[in-house]
Design a protein around this ligand. Structure first.
Ligand code: NDP
Length: 308
C-alpha cells in the first residue's frame, strides 16, 4: 500500500513529488504517456522564474525530476488504465495489468494540445510547429507566422504573437470566429494580423529542411490551393484534458477538465494539479504552483487520517 501516488510527470506532478518527498511521504510517481509533460515538446523556456538566460524544456523537467529523486520520490514508467476511486484504499490498474493501492492520489495528467493531424506536423514540432505562443513566440521576431483556429485561444495567441512577428496570418476554416466579440474585435483591428477566412491547412512545409518554411492552404469555398510563407505555425484549436479514466467518478466541466477546489476533488484523498484542472492559465509555473498545493493538501489529509 502506498501513501501517495502521483499521476503525471510534468511540472505539476514533479513539483508535487518534490514537496511530498521532502515531507517524507516517499511518493510513487507514474510517468504517463508523455514523460516530462508538455514542456518537453518545446525547446527553450524563457518565462520560468529563475532562469534569466532561459532553459531547455526537457532540461528543466530533468532538473525537477532529479530534485524529486534526491528527496526520495520513486518513479515508474507506467500509464494508468483504470482508476477505482470510490472506496478507500484507492485502486489503480496500470497498462501492464498490475494494480496499485494508495491512500492518496494526485492527478497531474495534464492536457494535450490538439493538432490538426497533418502529414508533416508532428515531425516539425519544436522546429516551427507549436501549440504555445507564450512558450515559443519570441523565437520568431520580424518574420511571418501563422495561427490556426477561431476561438479565444487563437485570438489570444495571434494577438500575443504580434509583439514579435512581422505579420501574423490567422487561418480559420469558417467565415466567422467562435471567439468572444471583444477578443475577435481586437484581432480584426490589429494591423499586424491578416485573417485568412474559409481556409484549411493541408500541410506544413517543409520537412526536408527540418524546419517550417510555409503552409499549403486550401480555400474551402473555391477549393483553390495556395502556399503561404511562414517561419512558424501555431495550432490554437483547443486542448484535451487527460481525464478519460476518471469519467463518472470525479466532477468535470463541459470540456472534461477536473473541477477542484484548491486542488481538492470531491473524493477525500484525491487531488488534482496542473493543466488537468486548469483551462485558463496553462503555464509551467502555475502547474508547479498547484502541484505544490496538492502535496501540502495530501500531507494534511494523511495527518488527519492518522489522527482518527
Ligand atoms: P474552442 O473550442 O473555443 O475553439 C477552437 C477553434 O478551433 C474553433 O474556432 C474551431 O473552429 C477551431 N478548430 C477546431 N478543430 C479544428 C480543425 N480540425 N481544423 C481547423 N480548425 C479547428 O477552443 P479554445 O481553446 O479557443 O477555447 C477553449 C475555452 O477556453 C473557451 O471556452 C474559451 O472561451 C476559453 N478561453 C478563454 C480565454 C480568455 O477568456 N482569455 C483565452 C483562451 C481560451 P470552428 O469555430 O469552426 O468550430
Amino acid at each position: 500500500m502506498e501513501d501517495l501516488i502521483i499521476l503525471g510527470s510534468g511540472a505539476a506532478g514533479l513539483t508535487a513529488a518534490i514537496y511530498s518527498a521532502r515531507a517524507g511521504l516517499k511518493p510513487l510517481l507514474l510517468d504517463g504517456i508523455q514523460p516530462g509533460g508538455q514542456l518537453t515538446t518545446t525547446t527553450e523556456v524563457e518565462n520560468y522564474p529563475g532562469f534569466p538566460d532561459g532553459v531547455d524544456g526537457t532540461d528543466l523537467m530533468n532538473r525537477m525530476r532529479a530534485q524529486a529523486e534526491k528527496f526520495g520520490a520513486r518513479f515508474q514508467f507506467n500509464v494508468l488504465a483504470k482508476a477505482e476511486l470510490t472506496s478507500q484504499p484507492l485502486a489503480l490498474t496500470l497498462d501492464d495489468g498490475s494494480v496499485l493501492k494508495t491512500r492518496s492520489l494526485i492527478i497531474a495528467t495534464g492536457a494535450t494540445a490538439k493538432y490538426l493531424g497533418l502529414p508533416n506536423e508532428q515531425k516539425l514540432i519544436g522546429r516551427g510547429v507549436s501549440a504555445c505562443a507564450t512558450c515559443d513566440g519570441a523565437f520568431y521576431r520580424n518574420v511571418p507566422v501563422a495561427v490556426v483556429g477561431g476561438g479565444d485561444t487563437a485570438m489570444e495567441e495571434a494577438s500575443f504573437l504580434t509583439r514579435f512577428a512581422s505579420t501574423v496570418h490567422l487561418i480559420h476554416r469558417r467565415d466567422e470566429f467562435r471567439a468572444s466579440k471583444i477578443m475577435a474585435q481586437r484581432v480584426l483591428k490589429n494591423p499586424k494580423i491578416n485573417v485568412i477566412w474559409n481556409t484549411v491547412i493541408e500541410d506544413v512545409l517543409d520537412v526536408s529542411k527540418n524546419e517550417v518554411t510555409g503552409l499549403k492552404l486550401r480555400n474551402v469555398k473555391t477549393n483553390e490551393t495556395s502556399s503561404l510563407d511562414v517561419k512558424a505555425f501555431f495550432a490554437a484549436i483547443g486542448h484535451q484534458p487527460n481525464t478519460a479514466p476518471f469519467v463518472g467518478q470525479l466532477e468535470m466541466d463541459a470540456k472534461g477538465y477536473l473541477i477542484a477546489n484548491n486542488t481538492k476533488t470531491r473524493i477525500p484523498g484525491v487531488f488534482a494539479a496542473g493543466d488537468v484542472q486548469d483551462s485558463a492559465y496553462r503555464q509551467a509555473v502555475t502547474a508547479a504552483g498547484t502541484g505544490c498545493m496538492a502535496a501540502l493538501e495530501v500531507e494534511r489529509f494523511l495527518e488527519a487520517q492518522e489522527a482518527t
